[in-house]
Design a protein around this ligand. Structure first.
Ligand code: B12
Length: 230
């Protein structure tokens, strides 16, 4: 592509879209500082955090994942993209958090044992916080006992379990079984999610809810807690 063609493309993008594209490229290339810088500029221009996240940032992570799958990118590149994504999310997080002063429910959230992926889980956590839930984020590589303890300790209304690997998603069922063994399965709604999980799988392991993204996770949670009209 020559420079004239590039100019035509960039001038056909609205200003905000140009920033979004630049953010996509920065995350894809794993460039933390440019990602943070362009996020700041996009915020100043009034771009909606949800647009940045859904239309550009998540897509960049999807693209680097695809390249990894195709053998065109490797773990260090995944890590660098993840670092750039996290840097941008840090700036956007406060904007996702509304002015809710009353807690509408308590959520415990974690990624299962053996799994270190936390970007999606943290995004779901931020959305819950932004929508007025109190969130206890118990991290990554979480064993079943720790999920159970956290639900008990915090008297959670919802337990959110995340898994990104086909090799770790089975552990979500182990967590649900541990809740049953501890006699607290009926006290808490269990939601599951992560790239390899789907609705059928969620039902099969006895979860109460599933969502493939942070936005609909909130709607599902409200439905489970009968808060749907709030
Ligand atoms: C970034 C990344 C990494 C980073 C993680 C950094 C971090 N801090 O999270 C690093 C480099 C550490 C990594 C490591 C590995 N990874 Co990786 N990784 C990814 C990648 C590219 C992006 C994941 C991501 O952040 N997506 C963006 C977020 C926003 O999306 P999300 O996580 O899906 O979350 C959304 C939804 O799923 C949902 N959601 C998520 N959790 C929950 C929970 C609930 C309750 C609900 C309701 C919803 C929900 O809402 C979220 C927001 O919308 C994916 C590819 C992909 N496209 O998913 C591969 C991918 C998941 N990784 C993969 C692999 C193979 C690995 C490694 C085994 C590689 C290796 N050989 O070492 C290791 C495993 C390490 C471990 N033990 O966990 C494979 C998994 C394949 C499979 N079928 O199992 C993928 C799919 C890449 C691929 N295409 O092959 N990875």
């Amino acid at each position: 592509m020559d420079n004239t063609q590039k100019d035509v493309i960039s001038s056909s993008l609205s200003f905000g879209e140009g920033k979004g594209e630049a953010l996509f490229e920065a995350i894809l290339a794993g460039k933390l500082e440019p990602a943070v810088e362009v996020t700041q500029q996009a915020i100043e221009e009034g771009m909606a955090p949800q647009t940045l996240i859904n239309d550009y940032m998540i897509k960049a992570m999807g693209e680097i994942g695809q390249r990894f799958q195709d053998g065109k990118a490797f773990v260090p590149q995944l890590l660098m993209s993840a670092r750039a994504m996290k840097g941008s999310l840090e700036l956007l997080k406060p904007l996702l958090q509304g002015a809710a002063s009353v807690t509408i429910g308590k959520v415990v959230i974690g990624t299962v044992k053996g799994d270190l992926h936390d970007i999606g889980k943290n995004l779901v956590a931020s959305m819950f916080e932004g929508c007025g839930f109190e969130v206890v984020n118990i991290g990554i590589d979480v064993p079943a006992e720790k999920f159970v303890e956290a639900v008990k300790e915090h008297n959670a209304d919802i337990l959110c379990i995340s898994a990104l690997l086909t090799t770790t998603m089975g552990y979500m069922e182990v967590v649900i079984e541990a809740l049953k063994a501890a006699g607290i399965r009926e006290q808490v709604k269990v939601m599951v999610g992560g790239a390899p999980v789907n609705e059928d799988y969620a039902r099969q392991i006895g979860a109460d809810g599933y969502s493939d993204n942070a936005n609909s996770a909130i709607a599902k949670a409200k439905e489970l807690l009968d808060l749907i009209n709030d």
